[in-house]
Design a binder for this molecule. Structure first.
Ligand SMILES: *[C@@H]1O[C@H](CO)[C@@H](O)[C@H](O)[C@H]1NC(C)=O
Length: 287
């Protein structure tokens, strides 16, 4: 997957608190400079990309340091790549029902097909381990993707979806009616959303940090992680140094993939966000 970077424009446009303006400008300047220094002609935007890409591109700085704060607070054995994947369409996704940590919804037929597409798209990539949420819709997705691979799937609780207490099981339209104020805060001010005396989004940030430690301190260099949308948002935000108030600053579709690279200090660099080409074509990511 190296070299494929699909960044969400909202992410690019909102300056990250940990970057100085000179850090932000450097890659842009470089990109402009390099694109004028090559005489290769590019295919027109409407052309299909050739199968083997033979023009030069620059980027992919893997020797980064202090891109973000360390998620391990200790040196790790090697640099690591982590591919995060959201489960396929579930019965409750299809009904627009709030799922949270409940385990009553399962993959739909379309969701199974999406998981199969993910399997195909990732077939050339070697993963040392697959970690998954034990909740059915993610577990089923992971089982499909991992089928035929040798190592056992590893289920970890820190990959479970956010707890949404009495909102779980309700359709969004009904939750909005019945729990008007709570629902509004969940949507508009997630960091201050309180339920049952807990702050579910803040709790999720704690789970995400624990989860990163668990992943990054595991043996291996290349991990596949199959999980749910909210915890995936929390994993992405914590890796980028964003707080729970930024919960809704990114989104990942069913079957969507995010990729992070970590240096040996446990600092993250985002490589890809919400990769979904494989949902609409037979795209296979390179090893
Ligand atoms: C994620 O990808 C899907 C499919 O390409 C797209 O519809 C959706 O808007 C994307 N999400 C974001 C937040 O960019």
């Amino acid at each position: 997957m190296a070299g494929i970077v699909f960044l969400n424009t909202t992410l690019l446009c909102s300056p990250l608190p940990c970057l100085t303006s000179s850090q932000l400008h450097l890659p842009l300047t470089r990109r402009i400079h390099c694109s004028t220094s090559t005489s290769t002609s590019y295919p027109a935007a409407t052309d299909k990309l050739p199968n083997s890409i033979d023009f030069s591109v620059t980027g992919g700085a893997y020797d980064f340091t202090k891109a973000t704060t360390s998620l391990t607070n200790e040196l790790i054995t090697s640099s690591k790549k982590v591919t995060l994947l959201r489960h396929g369409l579930s019965t409750w996704n299809a009904e627009s029902r709030i799922q949270g940590s409940s385990d009553l919804s399962v993959l739909t037929e379309a969701g199974v097909e999406q998981a199969e597409r993910c399997k195909k798209a990732l077939e050339n990539i070697h993963f040392d381990q697959c970690l998954a949420s034990p909740i059915s819709r993610a577990k089923q997705t992971a089982e499909i993707i991992w089928q035929g691979r040798e190592k056992p799937l590893v289920y970890i609780d820190s990959l479970k979806e956010i707890s949404l207490y009495h909102l779980e099981g309700l359709k969004n339209v009904d939750a909005k009616q019945i729990y008007k104020e709570e629902y509004r805060i969940w949507r508009e001010d997630p960091a201050n959303f309180v339920m049952n005396g807990r702050y579910p989004v803040q709790d999720l940030w704690i789970a995400a940090r624990d989860c990163w430690k668990e992943i990054l301190l595991s043996p291996g260099e290349n991990f596949l992680v199959v999980t749910h949308k909210s915890i995936l948002r929390a994993l992405t935000c914590t890796a980028l140094g964003l707080g729970p108030e930024r919960f809704r600053s990114l989104d990942v579709n069913n079957g969507g993939i995010c990729v992070f690279n970590f240096n040996t200090r446990g600092e993250a660099m985002l490589e890809a966000l919400n990769l979904t080409a494989h949902m609409y074509s037979d795209h296979v990511y390179p090893a």
